[in-house]
Design a protein around this ligand. Structure first.
Ligand SMILES: [Fe+2]
Length: 189
């Protein structure tokens, strides 16, 4: 099973937003929000790491992809691009794939891991919501259409594929409506 985001990288990522963009003219609550995200990512890492140990393995025993960190480097120059690619593409992808992972774990009787993924799913929805809120804030400040700007930034700064099917309901609950992502997916055009 391939987790869309490396849990350990996710902590660094939230903290990277706070540190790298510290000189941006943003409200204090923007930085507080990402500190909360970092704390929750650390909680997820602890939960997954302990669960792996109780199964006789450990975090890092299997290779994890570093797509998240590549995205961090490619969007280091621009906060809007960072928010578009990291919370609104990569973390939103977690919302698409996690429910079926939970179903599979439940089907094989691993309720304990399923419960951990339910916690992560709930928190990740909040992370996407924080990304969407501040992305819209930046677009409103620059007087640009948020969905259009999103499309431009993703095409510029994201090398991967925007994959359907989407969990439209969870995405909408996080403030990410289909006008943002539908036209970016080759299969849903
Ligand atoms: Fe997250």
């Amino acid at each position: 099973m391939r987790w869309p985001i490396s849990s350990l990288n996710a902590i660094d990522l939230a903290l990277d937003i706070v540190a790298r963009f510290a000189s941006e003219r943003m409200p204090r609550s923007f930085f507080d929000g990402w500190m909360t995200v970092a704390m929750e990512e650390a909680k997820h890492f602890g939960l997954l790491s302990r669960r792996l140990q109780s199964l006789g393995s450990r975090y890092g025993a299997l290779p994890a992809h570093d797509g998240l960190w590549q995205a961090v480097e490619e969007t280091a120059h621009d906060l809007s691009a960072r928010l578009a690619v990291v919370p609104l593409i990569l973390e939103a992808r977690g919302l698409d794939v996690t429910p079926s992972m939970i179903d599979k774990l439940t089907a094989v009787g691993d309720d304990e891991t399923a419960k951990i993924l339910e916690i992560i799913y709930r928190d990740e929805k909040k992370h996407v919501a924080i990304g969407a809120k501040w992305f819209r804030f930046l677009c409103a400040r620059q007087n640009v259409n948020a969905a259009e700007r999103f499309g431009v930034l993703v095409r510029q700064s994201f090398r991967g594929e925007v994959k359907a099917p989407f969990n439209d309901r969870a995405r909408a609950e996080a403030g990410l409506t289909p006008t943002f992502y539908r036209s970016l997916s080759p299969r849903s055009r």
